[in-house]
Design a protein around this ligand. Structure first.
Ligand code: DAH
Length: 355
Protein backbone atom coordinates (compact mmCIF):
# COMPACT_ATOMS: atom_id res chain seq x y z
CA UNK A 1 0.00 0.00 0.00
CA UNK A 2 1.06 3.60 -0.67
CA UNK A 3 2.95 5.48 1.99
CA UNK A 4 0.23 8.00 2.71
CA UNK A 5 2.28 9.79 5.36
CA UNK A 6 5.04 10.44 2.88
CA UNK A 7 2.60 11.63 0.22
CA UNK A 8 0.96 13.91 2.75
CA UNK A 9 4.19 15.52 3.85
CA UNK A 10 5.26 16.00 0.18
CA UNK A 11 2.02 17.73 -0.66
CA UNK A 12 2.03 19.89 2.46
CA UNK A 13 5.55 21.00 1.60
CA UNK A 14 4.46 22.05 -1.86
CA UNK A 15 1.58 24.08 -0.41
CA UNK A 16 3.74 25.71 2.25
CA UNK A 17 6.39 26.81 -0.24
CA UNK A 18 3.97 28.73 -2.38
CA UNK A 19 4.25 32.51 -2.10
CA UNK A 20 1.29 33.85 -4.04
CA UNK A 21 -2.19 32.86 -5.08
CA UNK A 22 -1.26 32.26 -8.72
CA UNK A 23 1.31 29.61 -7.89
CA UNK A 24 -1.08 28.13 -5.35
CA UNK A 25 -3.50 27.60 -8.25
CA UNK A 26 -0.91 25.57 -10.14
CA UNK A 27 -0.12 23.51 -7.04
CA UNK A 28 -3.86 22.85 -6.74
CA UNK A 29 -3.84 21.50 -10.29
CA UNK A 30 -0.81 19.37 -9.48
CA UNK A 31 -2.79 17.80 -6.64
CA UNK A 32 -6.41 17.68 -7.83
CA UNK A 33 -6.11 18.26 -11.59
CA UNK A 34 -6.91 15.61 -14.22
CA UNK A 35 -3.52 14.00 -13.73
CA UNK A 36 -3.05 15.30 -10.18
CA UNK A 37 -1.44 13.29 -7.39
CA UNK A 38 -4.66 12.66 -5.49
CA UNK A 39 -6.68 12.10 -8.68
CA UNK A 40 -4.23 9.39 -9.75
CA UNK A 41 -4.47 7.75 -6.33
CA UNK A 42 -8.26 7.62 -6.65
CA UNK A 43 -7.97 6.06 -10.10
CA UNK A 44 -6.01 3.20 -8.55
CA UNK A 45 -8.88 2.05 -6.28
CA UNK A 46 -10.46 -0.04 -9.03
CA UNK A 47 -7.36 -2.14 -9.53
CA UNK A 48 -6.82 -2.94 -5.85
CA UNK A 49 -7.46 -6.14 -4.14
CA UNK A 50 -10.82 -6.35 -2.37
CA UNK A 51 -9.06 -6.81 1.00
CA UNK A 52 -7.03 -3.55 0.63
CA UNK A 53 -9.68 -1.44 -0.99
CA UNK A 54 -11.55 -0.28 2.12
CA UNK A 55 -8.50 0.84 4.09
CA UNK A 56 -6.92 2.49 1.04
CA UNK A 57 -10.07 4.42 0.18
CA UNK A 58 -10.59 5.56 3.73
CA UNK A 59 -7.01 6.79 4.09
CA UNK A 60 -7.18 8.51 0.74
CA UNK A 61 -10.44 10.27 1.64
CA UNK A 62 -8.95 11.47 4.91
CA UNK A 63 -5.92 12.78 3.07
CA UNK A 64 -8.08 14.55 0.52
CA UNK A 65 -10.13 16.22 3.28
CA UNK A 66 -7.02 17.31 5.13
CA UNK A 67 -5.37 18.78 2.04
CA UNK A 68 -8.56 20.57 0.99
CA UNK A 69 -8.77 22.18 4.42
CA UNK A 70 -5.12 23.28 4.34
CA UNK A 71 -5.48 24.68 0.83
CA UNK A 72 -8.43 26.80 1.98
CA UNK A 73 -6.40 28.22 4.85
CA UNK A 74 -3.48 28.93 2.57
CA UNK A 75 -5.74 30.90 0.16
CA UNK A 76 -6.79 33.13 3.06
CA UNK A 77 -3.22 33.51 4.36
CA UNK A 78 -1.82 34.41 0.97
CA UNK A 79 -4.67 36.88 0.33
CA UNK A 80 -3.93 38.62 3.60
CA UNK A 81 -0.21 38.84 3.10
CA UNK A 82 -0.74 40.11 -0.48
CA UNK A 83 -2.99 42.94 0.69
CA UNK A 84 -0.65 43.77 3.57
CA UNK A 85 2.29 43.97 1.20
CA UNK A 86 0.30 46.15 -1.14
CA UNK A 87 -0.63 48.52 1.66
CA UNK A 88 2.96 48.66 2.81
CA UNK A 89 4.47 49.26 -0.62
CA UNK A 90 1.89 51.32 -2.47
CA UNK A 91 1.71 54.64 -0.70
CA UNK A 92 -0.61 57.34 -2.06
CA UNK A 93 1.32 60.37 -3.19
CA UNK A 94 -0.80 63.17 -1.83
CA UNK A 95 1.47 65.77 -3.40
CA UNK A 96 0.07 64.95 -6.86
CA UNK A 97 -2.45 67.50 -8.16
CA UNK A 98 -6.08 66.29 -8.23
CA UNK A 99 -7.60 65.04 -11.44
CA UNK A 100 -9.62 67.71 -13.22
CA UNK A 101 -12.79 66.70 -14.90
CA UNK A 102 -14.77 68.65 -17.40
CA UNK A 103 -18.50 68.86 -17.11
CA UNK A 104 -20.58 70.18 -19.96
CA UNK A 105 -22.83 73.18 -19.55
CA UNK A 106 -26.51 73.68 -20.23
CA UNK A 107 -27.18 76.27 -22.92
CA UNK A 108 -29.25 79.24 -21.65
CA UNK A 109 -31.97 78.41 -24.20
CA UNK A 110 -32.29 74.84 -22.89
CA UNK A 111 -32.22 76.16 -19.34
CA UNK A 112 -35.03 78.63 -20.02
CA UNK A 113 -37.12 75.99 -21.83
CA UNK A 114 -36.79 73.78 -18.73
CA UNK A 115 -37.68 76.61 -16.37
CA UNK A 116 -40.67 77.74 -18.41
CA UNK A 117 -41.93 74.20 -18.90
CA UNK A 118 -41.92 73.50 -15.19
CA UNK A 119 -43.63 76.82 -14.40
CA UNK A 120 -46.50 76.02 -16.78
CA UNK A 121 -46.61 72.37 -15.75
CA UNK A 122 -47.43 73.52 -12.21
CA UNK A 123 -50.69 75.02 -13.45
CA UNK A 124 -51.72 72.11 -15.61
CA UNK A 125 -50.19 72.73 -19.05
CA UNK A 126 -48.75 69.76 -20.88
CA UNK A 127 -46.05 69.92 -23.54
CA UNK A 128 -46.63 69.43 -27.26
CA UNK A 129 -44.20 69.49 -30.16
CA UNK A 130 -44.49 70.04 -33.88
CA UNK A 131 -42.13 69.75 -36.87
CA UNK A 132 -39.77 72.57 -37.92
CA UNK A 133 -40.66 71.92 -41.57
CA UNK A 134 -44.30 72.86 -41.90
CA UNK A 135 -46.87 73.20 -44.62
CA UNK A 136 -48.25 76.59 -45.53
CA UNK A 137 -51.60 75.31 -44.39
CA UNK A 138 -50.61 74.70 -40.74
CA UNK A 139 -48.31 77.71 -40.54
CA UNK A 140 -50.70 80.24 -42.11
CA UNK A 141 -54.04 79.17 -43.59
CA UNK A 142 -55.42 77.15 -40.68
CA UNK A 143 -54.38 80.05 -38.44
CA UNK A 144 -56.74 82.36 -40.33
CA UNK A 145 -53.89 84.19 -42.07
CA UNK A 146 -55.17 85.64 -45.37
CA UNK A 147 -53.48 84.76 -48.70
CA UNK A 148 -52.09 88.26 -49.08
CA UNK A 149 -50.79 88.67 -45.52
CA UNK A 150 -47.26 90.18 -45.45
CA UNK A 151 -45.96 87.39 -43.17
CA UNK A 152 -46.40 84.99 -46.10
CA UNK A 153 -43.96 87.04 -48.13
CA UNK A 154 -40.85 85.31 -49.42
CA UNK A 155 -38.81 88.10 -47.89
CA UNK A 156 -39.90 86.99 -44.43
CA UNK A 157 -40.40 83.26 -44.71
CA UNK A 158 -37.98 80.51 -45.73
CA UNK A 159 -39.86 78.48 -48.34
CA UNK A 160 -38.36 75.08 -48.96
CA UNK A 161 -40.49 74.04 -51.85
CA UNK A 162 -43.25 76.34 -52.85
CA UNK A 163 -44.85 73.80 -55.17
CA UNK A 164 -45.23 71.44 -52.24
CA UNK A 165 -46.19 74.22 -49.82
CA UNK A 166 -43.23 73.44 -47.58
CA UNK A 167 -41.59 76.06 -45.40
CA UNK A 168 -39.67 76.45 -42.15
CA UNK A 169 -42.27 77.38 -39.56
CA UNK A 170 -42.22 81.09 -38.77
CA UNK A 171 -43.78 80.60 -35.33
CA UNK A 172 -44.83 77.81 -32.96
CA UNK A 173 -48.52 78.60 -33.56
CA UNK A 174 -49.00 75.68 -36.02
CA UNK A 175 -48.66 73.38 -33.00
CA UNK A 176 -52.03 74.81 -31.86
CA UNK A 177 -53.59 73.45 -35.03
CA UNK A 178 -51.85 70.07 -34.82
CA UNK A 179 -52.85 69.64 -31.16
CA UNK A 180 -56.49 70.52 -31.71
CA UNK A 181 -56.80 68.32 -34.79
CA UNK A 182 -55.49 65.24 -33.05
CA UNK A 183 -57.88 65.18 -30.09
CA UNK A 184 -60.94 66.75 -28.49
CA UNK A 185 -61.21 69.81 -26.23
CA UNK A 186 -60.37 70.87 -23.55
CA UNK A 187 -56.78 71.76 -24.53
CA UNK A 188 -54.19 73.17 -22.18
CA UNK A 189 -50.76 72.98 -23.75
CA UNK A 190 -47.49 74.75 -24.26
CA UNK A 191 -45.20 74.11 -27.23
CA UNK A 192 -41.57 75.20 -27.12
CA UNK A 193 -39.50 74.94 -30.27
CA UNK A 194 -37.35 76.38 -33.05
CA UNK A 195 -38.76 78.93 -35.46
CA UNK A 196 -37.30 80.62 -38.56
CA UNK A 197 -37.50 83.97 -40.31
CA UNK A 198 -35.34 85.85 -42.85
CA UNK A 199 -33.88 88.22 -40.32
CA UNK A 200 -30.46 88.80 -38.78
CA UNK A 201 -29.10 91.53 -36.52
CA UNK A 202 -28.14 91.98 -32.87
CA UNK A 203 -31.60 91.05 -31.65
CA UNK A 204 -32.75 88.81 -34.51
CA UNK A 205 -31.39 85.52 -35.72
CA UNK A 206 -32.76 83.54 -38.70
CA UNK A 207 -33.36 80.66 -36.30
CA UNK A 208 -34.79 81.43 -32.90
CA UNK A 209 -37.06 79.90 -30.26
CA UNK A 210 -40.63 80.45 -29.27
CA UNK A 211 -43.01 79.09 -26.72
CA UNK A 212 -46.63 78.73 -27.70
CA UNK A 213 -49.44 78.50 -25.16
CA UNK A 214 -53.03 77.41 -25.77
CA UNK A 215 -55.90 76.96 -23.34
CA UNK A 216 -59.33 76.05 -24.73
CA UNK A 217 -62.28 75.04 -22.58
CA UNK A 218 -65.85 76.07 -21.81
CA UNK A 219 -66.02 79.59 -20.35
CA UNK A 220 -62.38 80.59 -20.69
CA UNK A 221 -62.07 84.36 -20.91
CA UNK A 222 -59.49 87.11 -21.04
CA UNK A 223 -59.29 87.18 -17.25
CA UNK A 224 -57.82 83.69 -17.36
CA UNK A 225 -55.27 84.85 -19.93
CA UNK A 226 -54.24 87.75 -17.71
CA UNK A 227 -54.02 85.58 -14.59
CA UNK A 228 -51.94 83.00 -16.37
CA UNK A 229 -49.47 85.54 -17.77
CA UNK A 230 -49.12 87.40 -14.46
CA UNK A 231 -48.35 84.12 -12.76
CA UNK A 232 -45.84 83.17 -15.44
CA UNK A 233 -43.96 86.48 -15.49
CA UNK A 234 -43.68 86.61 -11.69
CA UNK A 235 -42.43 83.03 -11.45
CA UNK A 236 -40.04 83.32 -14.34
CA UNK A 237 -38.40 86.59 -13.28
CA UNK A 238 -38.58 85.55 -9.62
CA UNK A 239 -40.27 88.77 -8.50
CA UNK A 240 -43.15 89.32 -6.05
CA UNK A 241 -44.83 92.05 -8.00
CA UNK A 242 -44.66 92.94 -11.65
CA UNK A 243 -46.14 95.68 -13.77
CA UNK A 244 -47.77 94.31 -16.90
CA UNK A 245 -49.49 96.18 -19.69
CA UNK A 246 -51.83 94.69 -22.28
CA UNK A 247 -51.62 96.75 -25.47
CA UNK A 248 -54.24 96.20 -28.24
CA UNK A 249 -52.67 94.57 -31.26
CA UNK A 250 -53.50 92.39 -34.22
CA UNK A 251 -52.86 88.76 -35.03
CA UNK A 252 -54.97 86.93 -37.61
CA UNK A 253 -55.48 83.97 -35.25
CA UNK A 254 -56.76 85.88 -32.21
CA UNK A 255 -59.59 88.33 -31.57
CA UNK A 256 -59.14 90.45 -29.56
CA UNK A 257 -55.34 90.43 -29.73
CA UNK A 258 -52.84 92.04 -27.42
CA UNK A 259 -49.17 92.53 -26.97
CA UNK A 260 -47.88 92.30 -23.44
CA UNK A 261 -45.26 94.67 -22.05
CA UNK A 262 -43.56 94.40 -18.70
CA UNK A 263 -42.28 97.28 -16.64
CA UNK A 264 -38.56 97.66 -16.08
CA UNK A 265 -35.87 100.11 -15.11
CA UNK A 266 -32.14 100.27 -15.44
CA UNK A 267 -30.32 100.42 -12.12
CA UNK A 268 -26.52 100.53 -11.86
CA UNK A 269 -26.23 99.44 -15.45
CA UNK A 270 -28.46 96.40 -14.78
CA UNK A 271 -31.96 95.82 -16.00
CA UNK A 272 -34.55 95.34 -13.22
CA UNK A 273 -37.74 93.63 -14.28
CA UNK A 274 -41.08 94.47 -12.73
CA UNK A 275 -40.43 98.01 -11.55
CA UNK A 276 -39.94 101.37 -13.16
CA UNK A 277 -41.57 103.36 -15.91
CA UNK A 278 -40.14 101.80 -19.03
CA UNK A 279 -41.94 99.12 -21.01
CA UNK A 280 -40.57 96.10 -22.74
CA UNK A 281 -42.62 93.96 -25.11
CA UNK A 282 -42.37 90.28 -24.26
CA UNK A 283 -45.17 88.41 -25.97
CA UNK A 284 -48.21 88.33 -28.22
CA UNK A 285 -51.53 86.87 -27.16
CA UNK A 286 -55.27 86.98 -27.50
CA UNK A 287 -58.53 85.05 -27.54
CA UNK A 288 -58.40 82.33 -30.18
CA UNK A 289 -60.26 83.49 -33.30
CA UNK A 290 -63.51 81.55 -33.97
CA UNK A 291 -62.29 80.82 -37.52
CA UNK A 292 -59.29 78.93 -36.11
CA UNK A 293 -61.60 76.82 -33.93
CA UNK A 294 -63.86 76.12 -36.93
CA UNK A 295 -60.79 75.05 -38.97
CA UNK A 296 -60.00 72.38 -36.38
CA UNK A 297 -63.63 71.31 -35.96
CA UNK A 298 -64.13 72.79 -32.52
CA UNK A 299 -67.46 74.56 -32.01
CA UNK A 300 -66.66 78.19 -31.03
CA UNK A 301 -70.10 78.56 -29.47
CA UNK A 302 -69.21 75.86 -26.95
CA UNK A 303 -65.48 76.35 -26.53
CA UNK A 304 -63.31 79.42 -26.29
CA UNK A 305 -59.86 80.15 -25.03
CA UNK A 306 -56.67 82.08 -25.21
CA UNK A 307 -53.30 81.63 -26.86
CA UNK A 308 -49.96 83.31 -26.53
CA UNK A 309 -46.51 83.23 -28.10
CA UNK A 310 -43.28 84.19 -26.28
CA UNK A 311 -39.76 84.55 -27.60
CA UNK A 312 -37.64 82.17 -25.53
CA UNK A 313 -34.29 83.67 -26.51
CA UNK A 314 -35.57 87.08 -25.51
CA UNK A 315 -36.55 85.72 -22.09
CA UNK A 316 -33.08 84.21 -21.64
CA UNK A 317 -31.40 87.49 -22.62
CA UNK A 318 -33.50 89.45 -20.15
CA UNK A 319 -33.22 87.09 -17.21
CA UNK A 320 -29.54 86.33 -17.56
CA UNK A 321 -28.25 89.66 -18.83
CA UNK A 322 -27.04 88.52 -22.25
CA UNK A 323 -27.13 91.27 -24.83
CA UNK A 324 -26.23 89.75 -28.18
CA UNK A 325 -28.62 87.13 -29.52
CA UNK A 326 -26.31 85.98 -32.29
CA UNK A 327 -23.79 84.60 -29.78
CA UNK A 328 -26.49 82.10 -28.69
CA UNK A 329 -26.01 80.17 -31.90
CA UNK A 330 -22.32 80.61 -32.70
CA UNK A 331 -21.33 77.51 -30.70
CA UNK A 332 -18.36 79.20 -29.06
CA UNK A 333 -17.43 76.96 -26.14
CA UNK A 334 -15.99 79.93 -24.18
CA UNK A 335 -19.35 81.68 -24.39
CA UNK A 336 -21.13 78.55 -23.18
CA UNK A 337 -18.72 78.12 -20.30
CA UNK A 338 -19.49 81.66 -19.20
CA UNK A 339 -23.23 81.87 -19.78
CA UNK A 340 -24.12 78.18 -19.53
CA UNK A 341 -25.57 76.40 -16.53
CA UNK A 342 -24.28 73.70 -14.29
CA UNK A 343 -25.99 70.43 -15.21
CA UNK A 344 -26.66 69.83 -11.52
CA UNK A 345 -29.09 72.71 -11.60
CA UNK A 346 -26.85 75.13 -9.76
CA UNK A 347 -26.65 78.31 -11.78
CA UNK A 348 -23.04 79.07 -10.82
CA UNK A 349 -22.79 81.84 -13.37
CA UNK A 350 -26.17 83.20 -12.50
CA UNK A 351 -25.95 86.81 -13.50
CA UNK A 352 -29.29 87.75 -12.00
CA UNK A 353 -31.05 90.94 -12.84
CA UNK A 354 -30.59 92.31 -9.35
CA UNK A 355 -27.13 91.10 -8.60
N1 DAH B 1 -47.22 83.68 -33.46
C1 DAH B 1 -47.02 85.06 -33.05
C2 DAH B 1 -45.67 85.54 -33.58
O1 DAH B 1 -44.83 84.76 -33.88
C3 DAH B 1 -47.04 85.19 -31.57
C4 DAH B 1 -48.40 84.94 -31.05
C5 DAH B 1 -49.27 85.98 -30.90
C6 DAH B 1 -48.79 83.67 -30.70
C7 DAH B 1 -50.55 85.77 -30.41
C8 DAH B 1 -50.07 83.45 -30.22
C9 DAH B 1 -50.93 84.52 -30.08
O2 DAH B 1 -50.51 82.23 -29.88
O3 DAH B 1 -52.19 84.29 -29.60
O4 DAH B 1 -45.45 86.71 -33.63
Amino acid sequence: MENFDQIESDILNKIKNVSNRNSLDSVKTEIFGKKGIITELFKKIGSLDQSQRKEYASKLNDLKAKITEILKKQVVNLGQSEINNKLKNEKIDITLPGRTYFAGRIHPVSQVIDEVTSIFAEIGFSVEEGPDVESEYYNFSALNTPENHPARDMQDTFYLDRSKDLLLRTHTSPVQIRTMLKSKPPFKIIAPGRTYRCDSDQTHSPMFHQLEGLHIDKNINMGHLKGCLYYFVKKFFEVEKVKIRFRPSHFPFTEPSAEVDIGYKIQDGQIKIGEGYKWLEILGCGMVHPNVLINVKVNPKQYQGYAFGVGIDRLAMLKYGINDLRAFFESDIRWLEFYGFDPLDVPTNYRGLSR
